[in-house]
Design a protein around this ligand. Sequence first.
Ligand code: NI
Ligand code: MN
Length: 230
Amino acid sequence: MKVKFLGHAAFRLESDNFKALIDPFLKHNPLYIDDPTDTEGITHIFITHGHNDHVGDSIEIAKKCGSIIICNAEIGNILSSKSKGLNIHSMHIGGTYDFPFGRVKMTHSIHGSSYFDGEKSIYAGTPGGFLITINGFTLFHAGDTALTYDFKLLERENIDLAILPIGGNYTMDINDALIAVDFIKPKHVVPIHYNTFKLIQADPLEFTSQLPKNMAIILSSGESIDSTKL
Ligand code: NI
Ligand code: MN
């Protein structure tokens, strides 16, 4: 699987017959480096929670590509009411489903989740993260979350690549993310959700320097890694 970081919390995943985006906050993402091929032929869009820096351009991309949106039931309802005819696969916290491309499990995050439509905030269910397993490789995108003891449960999932927020203010900071890594015990970890805005400044080297050699991978926006080479 090719894993491309699109800045903030946004990722593009690609494997056979599967081109997915996670939290596609692109147009208004100050860190996103525009590449039109990022949003071509998207088969699936994962949304961790209702905040606009995560829902991002989901509707627009899903309409253009006919993508299946994978999100919690409440976000599914909001998006269907905003735009008719979207292909939505609702899931919820703790739920696992075997898709043709692989297995997806929704985990729960300690955070808020509302969708702001420009006038009012709409309740968007509980926020989550995704465990995505394709061809024996398990990726975990934590979404926005505080440190939670529940991360201990994820040690059993044998996570190959954990994607964790480190920016503080709205989510875990570096100190808490280091404890999360200790709980989850992933093979590799990628820090996200930092330096996009003034309130979430963090030095990723301060995070990676406190982890075992070769465990952490700092991705700049636009950079990719190949899971088969990890
Ligand atoms: Ni959020
Ligand atoms: Mn966020």
